[in-house]
Design a protein around this ligand. Structure first.
Ligand code: TYM
Length: 342
């Protein structure tokens, strides 16, 4: 159904910075996107402008952007329900980011932990201004669509907080209905998938080792990563984030892929060894990936269909974004083109 004007709007995005999304992206965000598209007017984009902050190879960025879109589709994002588009196809994102950046404190951005982590890795001198202002562009992404909810993983919480602060600041300066103040949609049970080798750290897209499962990993490779996941002292299979972070992480994945609750799994594995859990989960994940990758390739083999989805999405997104941008331009004192001309 397309004509449900009362549905609240939601928006989210992922960066096309790798050939593959991670299983953390899938569990923490994409499963929520798919669930929410049923009842919300959902806008999901590939944030290709954000990917430029780490200076990608141009050809790789193009390939990865298409591949990210194909992974959204294979993961169940449905273009007949959701608006799917590329951030760079809607110029209003960069335009609103400028207005917002003029209302954002230098110190505020300096406190963003993702900036601190990333710039520490590459050295502050090597970090681009784009990496620094990254959260402002993200705030523009969200505020342009009057988004009520933003489905993301836990690592985006601080960026969402900044977005809310900016919206409130602009509203008190330029009028209460300048922006809708968005709520984060962070589902605790799945909001942070942990590294398989280091189960107290987030599973990260920037890691290359055995700790991250990629959605495009050969299924056998993924199965092997699960079988060699670090588990905890003791033998009992029980969900306990503090005492048993490794086992708890595996139980979370198991629960997402089978729909069984953690309690059901604890009962099913009572008296069994960690090895049993890993072997079973490895098979479940490998089966999922085989099916998922089949779908990805089906979409990648039909570039005309991908282009059609993107063109439809861009047109819908542009219409909404342009209206918000015009409202904001007016509020902050920019003259509309043709203003004052008789
Ligand atoms: P990105 O591309 O790093 O991650 C995409 C989404 O995946 C979630 N995620 C995880 N969830 C659980 N466990 C993990 N290990 C894990 N790793 C990643 C992220 O929380 C995210 O939801 N800044 C964003 C992209 C963005 C955006 C936006 C998001 C740009 N504009 C507007 C929402 C709204 C990012 O870098 O996501």
């Amino acid at each position: 159904m397309t004509s449900q004007p009362t549905r609240q709007r939601i928006l989210s995005g992922m960066q096309p910075t790798n050939d593959s999304l991670s299983i953390g992206n899938y569990i923490g965000a994409m499963t929520q996107w798919v669930a929410l598209q049923e009842n919300y007017d959902a806008f999901y984009m590939v944030v290709d402008l954000h990917a430029l902050t780490v200076n990608p190879d141009p050809e790789k960025l193009k390939t990865r952007t298409r591949s990210t879109l194909a992974q959204y589709l294979a993961g169940g994002v449905d273009p007949s329900r959701s608006t799917l588009f590329l951030q760079s196809h809607v110029p209003a994102h960069a335009e609103l980011a400028w207005i917002l950046s003029c209302n954002t404190g230098f110190g505020e951005l300096g406190r963003m932990t993702q900036f601190k982590d990333k710039s520490a890795k590459q050295g502050i001198e090597g970090a681009s201004a784009g990496l620094f202002t990254y959260p402002v562009l993200m705030a523009a992404d969200i505020l342009l669509y009057d988004s009520a909810l933003v489905p993301v993983g836990e690592d985006q919480r601080q960026h969402l907080e900044l977005t809310r602060n900016l919206a409130e600041r602009m509203n008190s300066r330029f009028g209460e209905d300048t922006f809708v103040v968005p709520e984060p949609h962070i589902v605790k049970a799945v909001a942070k998938v942990y590294d398989l080798q280091q189960p107290t750290a987030k599973m990260s897209k920037s890691e290359v080792g055995k700790g991250t499962i990629w959605l495009m990993d050969p299924p056998k490779v993924a199965a092997k990563k699960i079988k060699s996941a670090v588990t905890d002292a003791g033998t009992e299979i029980r969900f306990d984030r503090e005492e048993k972070p490794g086992v708890s992480n595996l139980l979370t994945m198991y629960s997402v892929f089978t729909g069984q609750t953690i309690e059901q799994l604890e009962q099913e594995y009572a008296g069994k060894q960690y090895g049993h859990l890993k072997v079973d989960l490895a098979e479940i994940v490998a089966d999922f990936l085989t099916q998922f990758q089949g779908e990805v390739h089906r979409y990648l083999d039909d570039p005309a269909e991908l282009d059609r989805i993107l063109a439809t999405g861009a047109a819908k997104a542009q219409a909404v974004a342009q209206e918000t941008l015009a409202r904001v331009y007016d509020r902050v004192g920019l003259l509309a083109p043709g203003h004052g001309v008789a």
